[in-house]
Design a protein around this ligand. Structure first.
Ligand code: CIR
Length: 262
């Protein structure tokens, strides 16, 4: 079994700007503190770099308050990058801002042309691409993903993001080629049949949005029972402050595009 689903040479990040206070959120739990968010962002980048990867840090895009959440703008596979079409109207233009960055690193960059799809709804495992339909990702966008990845021999499986959950990966992460970290509510749908699943602790659902990046697992700080379970399972954890991104429904996966261009 190869491990190309979690071994990456590169990551792209974007620093949050002052307009972050206007970012989208399901529930208003107070304005994010930009200075604290920037400190957390630096810790996040340092952990990615610790693994030896090259991390690109893009400047803030003040016209796009949510643009720190770069994951939603593209799907990066070894074969090529696919520029997404975010379903949130205020985020649609972010994808065009990311495209030239991807062209610098990839020889093949293709584009979703119709429908809506955000990277946060896509989980890539060794055997397939899981895509959750959601308020941000519709059937047309998923059909585009199928069309664009078919020439690369990829299999796409449509699943459902639980109602009221922003993205499919809000509730799950890949931990290794065989293992997924997930909330019980998502696993109950049966979408992970055939995988080994580790559940986040009751009341620690927000810990499900973690990332495996090379030898590390980056997980949001403040979820000690899930951290203990991951530690016991043998993963090398870095707990990263996420209090400010959490106010905007963002977590570990949203903050980077992770890839190894062929
Ligand atoms: C949004 O609602 O689009 C942002 N406030 C949060 C995006 C989080 N992205 C992700 O989970 N991939």
């Amino acid at each position: 079994m190869s491990d190309q689903s979690f071994r990456f040479s590169h990551a792209i990040t974007r620093r949050p700007g002052a307009s972050i206070t206007a970012g989208l959120r399901a529930v208003d739990t107070g304005a994010p503190d930009l200075a604290l968010m920037l400190r957390h962002h630096q810790d996040y980048i340092a952990a990615l770099r610790e693994t030896g990867a090259t991390v690109v840090e893009l400047d803030p895009l003040e016209a796009f308050p949510d643009s720190v959440f770069v994951e939603d703008t593209a799907l990066c596979l070894p074969e090529g990058a696919i520029v997404m079409r975010p379903g949130a109207p205020s985020r649609l233009g972010e994808a065009a801002e990311m495209a030239p960055q991807l062209r610098r690193l990839y020889s093949e960059v293709v584009q979703v042309e119709t429908g809506f799809i955000e990277g946060g709804d896509i989980l890539v495992t060794e055997r397939e691409i899981l895509v959750g339909s959601s308020a941000r990702t519709n059937a047309e966008g998923i059909a585009e993903l199928v069309r664009l990845t078919a020439p690369w021999g990829r299999t796409v499986r449509e699943v459902a993001t639980p109602p009221g959950v922003l993205h499919f990966k809000t509730d799950c992460s890949l931990l290794d080629a065989e293992t997924i970290l997930a909330t019980r509510r998502l696993d109950a749908s049966g979408c992970f049949a055939g995988y080994r699943v580790i559940h986040v602790a009751e009341g620690e659902e927000a810990a499900a949005n973690s990332i495996r990046f090379n030898d590390l697992v980056l997980t949001p700080a403040g979820f000690p029972r899930t951290a203990e379970a991951l530690d016991k399972a043998g993963y090398d954890l870095r707990q990263i402050g996420n209090s400010e991104c959490a106010k905007l429904d963002g977590g570990m996966s949203c903050l980077s595009l992770r890839f190894t261009p062929q």
